[in-house]
Structures are given as C-alpha cells and as structure tokens.
Ligand binder design. Structure first.
Ligand SMILES: Nc1nc2c(c(=O)[nH]1)N[C@H]1C(S)=C(S)[C@@H](COP(=O)(O)O)O[C@H]1N2
Ligand SMILES: [Mo]
Length: 437
C-alpha cells in the first residue's frame, strides 16, 4: 500500500512511469498536476457520520429468515442488479433478427464475461437446436466423410481455454468521431469466456485431410448459414469445437450445442450452431457472405483477410454509464485489454489526455488471446480528466491513436477500429465520449 498519512498529491507505487523517458513528465505531474488531498482515510469512508440509519437500524433481512434453498433452482443475480443487462442501439439495425446487442463492460470486473451478459450477434436469429438431433458433418477433401453426434464429440480429448471473441465491427460506429456514450456501446461487442471443447485438429485428423485440402468452410445450422472460409493452418493450430462456456452448456444465443472458436480472429468466423465443415482447396470468397467483412479504404480499395484482432483496450470505469459518484479523493480506474496475437504484458493509462502516461497495474490471469484486467488508483482532486488507456501486446505492438489509424485507413471502414478511446470526466464526475487531437 502507499503511504496515505502524508497527504498531498500522490501517485501510488503501482503507478510506475511508463518509461524512463517519461520520468521528467512524471515529476511535472507530481508537482503541478493534482491538488492536495488531505484526510484521505476519511474520504475513503473510514468515519461515516454518527446516526447513520444503515448502522443504527435493523433491516428486515437481519430480523427475518430469508428464502430457503431451491427458491431458484437455476440461480439469478440479485434483484438490485437488474440494470446489469445486454443492451442494443435501436437505430443501428432494422430488425432484431439480424442485429447485435452489447456486453455491459462497465458493470463487470475480472476477465470472465458471465454467460447471460455475453453480447449477441445474429444474422438470422438464434437457432434452437435439439441436441438429440444435432449432427456435425465433415466433408469435401477428406479421406472419410464423417458425421458426429454430440456424444461422439464428447469422446475426443477435450481442452479448457479462455478466449475473447470480438466482432470486427466493435467500435465501428466511432470511425468518423466520438458517437456512442458508453463503453457498452463503443466496445461491448466482445466477451471473454472459458470454453471446453475438442481441438478441431483432432476431428480433421480423424477424417484425414487430403494434401490439397487447404481451407475449411464451417457452416451454421441457423437461417443465415454463416459460412466462413478459414485457412487450414489456423484450423489445425488452435481452433476449438466448443460445447461448454464457463463450465455449462453453451447458451442458445451463443450457438448451443456447438460453436467453433477461432482464437484471436474476428468474431464472424466463430460459427455458431456449427453443423458442417467442408474441406476445400481454395477459399469460398466468391460467395457474397464470405467476402463482406472487408475494410474499405479512402482510395476505394478494400483490405481483405484482416482476421486477426489488433491489440485494444478501454477504460470501463469511469465511463459515460459509470460516472464517479464519490467525489474527490481515492479513485479506482479500471479497464480491459486484449490482443488477437498473444497476451497483454502492459497497459498505460493517462488522466490528462496523454501528457503523462503511467503503467497500469495488471491483475488476474494473463492468458493467450484472452481479456486482461488493469487498474490505476489515484487521488482525484476534482478537476476534469481526460482518460485514455493504451495496450501493449506480447509482440511489441502498441495500440494506436484514432488519428494514427485514420491516417492509414481513412474513415470509410466499419471494421477493425482499435484506436485509443478517450473519456472526458467533468468536475461532477460525469463522463462523456470525446476525441482529442
Ligand atoms: N451461425 C452463425 N454463426 C455466427 C453468426 C451468425 O449469425 N450465425 N454471427 C457471427 C458474428 S458476426 C459474430 S460477431 C459472432 C458473435 O458471437 P456471439 O453471438 O456469441 O457474441 O458470431 C458469429 N457466428
Ligand atoms: Mo461480427
């Protein structure tokens, strides 16, 4: 812990300068940045006013017995958490059957997304598949064409791995400028789940891929089919045929009973309700639905095959849906970071729009192609803040600013916007989505 007895502005021990070259700016921060914040213990709540009824009165729940076991055979969150839900943006799509809703990132902590809060993206609604009638077929350029039942799949050795799934369109509404007020809407097309499943490689080896089998085409059992071309190296590397998420069966909206996991790659390749895998010698990109996830550039050309998700991060608290309500004094900033190319060894945080950067404190497992959790604790002096986070991934890649991205990609694209997000926090603690240059 840092020493709070001295009062005055402080940067906690965890807030190391982001690099040696930034030591000078750190000193400026210490002397000129935050105003004195004396009496920190009181500010943090050690001494509440005497006579607080929450202390002096006995609430009902202390006096009367509560519900017995089995009041809810499948447990649900506290009624006081009923605001913690997926939300959509009504004007974004014409019909909920081909639409998206968003994970409430500002209400979550740690790295795992609870199953009921994982964002949904469907192109033809969520199929309701009877597991007894479920079949997975492998056909095309294989020695033996095979059909598996769910039980057959569960006889292969299975693995447990935590992966993020991010839709390539996440933050897509922000290309031309700050637009949606909340990290749920700007960054909530992502979830991070522990999957249990069979490595796709084992199933392909069982079928025996012919030498000219270079691509796979997984297909969903829903009304959209959602066929996607995936190169054989990726299929043989780390793809999973998953039937469990966070320990329980996949939710219907996540592809029950079986979905494909394509770790680190854009969400649209993670085919839900997967019923067939065709092996072919070339991609099926001539099909309209397999080629539409491209990134239109200023010169009219489009980037294709941009499957890997670049490193990205966002501060989830405070943020527009989660203002600072406690006033000045000890304040916790937190957020998430991820990369489709590895782990996140480091995240930098700034509270003054990038004049000074600090190393955030990482907490929780650091897993390949998974979300990471970071924190930055400081004493807020009540003056406005410009909050940003910047992820570094294990390949050395550093998350770019939105301006840097636009300089390369223009503003015509929807997909793959991993630019640095800025929140402006005013004197009252209210936060707003803004851009600074
Ligand atoms: N069968 C099928 N698979 C699908 C889709 C779909 O509509 N049908 N949508 C894709 C898209 S674009 C995304 S971003 C992810 C979303 O997964 P989720 O609903 O679990 O969040 O599923 C992908 N897999
Ligand atoms: Mo997507």
């Amino acid at each position: 812990m840092t020493d709070r007895s001295k009062g005055g502005a402080r940067v906690p021990a965890s807030a190391k300068p982001a690099g040696d070259d930034l030591v000078a700016s750190r000193r400026r921060f210490l002397t000129g940045g935050l105003a004195a914040a004396g009496g920190l213990a009181a500010a943090a709540g050690a001494a509440r006013a005497a006579g607080d009824p929450a202390i002096t009165e006995l609430p009902d729940w202390t006096v009367y017995p509560g519900d017995g076991v089995d009041a809810a055979p499948y447990g649900m969150p506290s009624e006081f958490e009923s605001h913690v839900v997926r939300r959509d943006v009504p004007w974004l799509t014409a019909d909920p059957v081909s639409s998206v809703n968003f994970t409430p990132l500002h209400e979550l902590d740690g790295i795992i997304t609870p199953n009921g809060l994982c964002f949904e993206r469907h192109h033809g609604g969520a199929a309701q598949v009877d597991p007894a009638e479920y079949r997975l077929m492998i056909n095309g350029l294989v020695e033996k064409e095979l059909v598996f039942t769910l039980e057959d799949l569960k006889r292969f050795p299975r693995e447990n791995r935590v992966y993020f799934l991010e839709c390539a369109a996440n933050s897509g509404m922000e290309w031309r400028g700050a637009q949606l007020n909340g990290c749920q809407f700007t960054h909530g097309m992502i979830h991070n789940v522990m999957y249990t499943g069979v490595p796709l490689r084992l199933l392909l080896e069982e079928a025996g891929v012919k030498p000219n089998g270079k691509w796979i085409l997984p297909e969903g059992a829903d009304a959209s089919g959602m066929t996607r071309s995936i190169p054989m190296e990726k299929a043989m590397d780390d793809c999973l045929v998953a039937f469990k998420m966070n320990g329980e069966a996949l939710r219907p909206e996540q592809g029950y009973p079986v979905r494909l996991c394509v770790p680190g790659w854009e969400g649209n390749m993670w085919v839900k309700w997967m019923r067939r895998i065709e092996v072919g010698d070339q991609p099926w990109h001539h099909r309209e639905e397999t080629s539409k996830y491209t990134d239109l550039m200023d010169n009219g050309k489009a980037r294709r095959f941009t499957w890997e998700m670049d490193a990205k991060s966002v501060i989830t608290n405070p943020s527009p849906q989660a203002p600072i309500t406690h006033g000045k004094g000890p304040t916790v900033i937190t957020g998430v970071a991820w990369s489709g190319r590895g782990t996140i060894p480091r995240v930098d945080v700034t509270i003054d729009g990038g004049k000074n950067w600090y190393k955030a404190r990482m907490s929780g497992p650091s897993l390949d192609k998974s979300m990471h959790r970071f924190y930055f604790e400081f004493d807020w002096d009540g003056t406005p803040l410009l909050l940003q986070s910047r992820a570094h991934d294990s390949t050395g890649y550093v998350q770019p600013t939105k301006e840097e991205l636009r300089a390369v990609r223009g503003v015509n694209s929807i997909y793959h916007n991993n630019g640095i997000q800025t929140w402006y926090v005013n004197e009252n603690g209210d936060a707003e989505n803004v851009e600074i240059s």
